[in-house]
Write a protein that binds this ligand. Structure first.
Ligand code: HBI
Ligand code: FE
Length: 275
């Protein structure tokens, strides 16, 4: 999830460390919360084979955390062996700089609290289900894991250049709501979609949204809404395309984009290549 501040948020930020991390306190989760986790997991797992990319499907199957809220400390040794990443527990959204710094050091912040039953279908802030179910499986994919670290490094630099908004759009239209072409047709790799009951079928089946081929500068200029299904999705060929797009220094992008109008979420430009 992206783009919020850390003011009046739900999490308990009182006991956190200077890097905004906390203990997961797994024993504090109630039976009701584990039951809600199982319901959320069952709903999404039924949709994943039809709508998620192969890398996500395979990683989810290998992880097998449908019975209860996972213990981060149990997953971390496997994650470290796979890609050198580590899950760190956080109270919720953290400031951009803190977030980028964790990613730049291959640490993925995962929120510790779980939504309420009445938020089964929609939640504004990322909870442990969005973060763990949506983001953690792809941390096991080497190319995607490298992209996320490159993104974190780029974010730290973007902050110094005052270009956070452009980087947040890149995160939104790839890590949170990205689509990918596969031999089986269009699939998704975006955490915001994979953890959503409604948007997972919608992003592939609906005739409503635009589906535009990945274009870094176009994405950096495109605004997004956080409380509706996306009006536009961007489509990559593979994760290498993402990694290669973020390998070079972003500074020239910012110079080229400085002063240019942002693009509304619904727009289609004559230069857009539709997927
Ligand atoms: N904090 N815990 C957490 N999770 C996020 O996904 C997150 C964040 N802070 C900022 C943020 N995302 C976005 O602004 C990114 O685009 C940087
Ligand atoms: Fe997210």
């Amino acid at each position: 999830m992206t783009g919020e501040t850390t003011h009046n948020l739900r999490g308990d930020y009182s006991g956190m460390r200077p890097d905004y991390t906390v203990e997961q306190a797994w024993s504090a989760y109630s039976r009701e919360e584990h039951a809600l986790w199982r319901r959320l997991y069952a709903r999404q797992a039924a949709l994943v084979p039809r709508y998620a990319c192969r890398e996500f499907i395979d990683s989810l199957a290998a992880l097998d955390f449908g019975e209860a809220i996972p213990r981060f400390e149990e997953v971390n040794p496997r994650l470290a062996r796979a890609t050198g990443w580590e899950i760190v527990a956080v109270p919720g959204l953290v400031p951009d700089r803190v977030f980028f710094d964790h990613l730049a050091h291959r640490r993925f912040p995962v929120t510790v609290w779980l939504r309420k039953p009445e938020e089964f279908d929609y939640i504004v802030e990322p909870d442990v289900f969005h973060d763990f179910f949506g983001h953690v499986p792809l941390l096991f994919d080497p190319v995607f894991a490298d992209y996320l670290q490159a993104y974190g490094r780029g974010g730290l630099k973007a902050e110094r250049l005052g270009a956070i908004e452009m980087l947040s759009r890149l995160y939104w239209y790839t890590v949170e709501f990205g689509l990918i072409e596969t031999a089986a047709g269009l699939r998704t790799y975006g955490a915001g979609i994979l953890s959503s009951g409604g948007e997972l079928p919608y992003c592939i089946d609906s005739g409503e949204p635009n589906r535009i081929r990945f274009d870094l500068l176009r994405i950096m200029r495109t605004r997004y809404k956080i409380d509706t299904f996306q009006e536009t999705y961007f489509v990559i060929r593979d994760f290498r395309e993402l990694f290669e797009a973020t390998a070079p220094d972003f500074a020239p992008c910012y110079e080229e984009l400085a002063g240019r109008e942002s693009i509304p979420p619904r727009a289609v430009l004559p230069t857009d290549r539709m997927a």
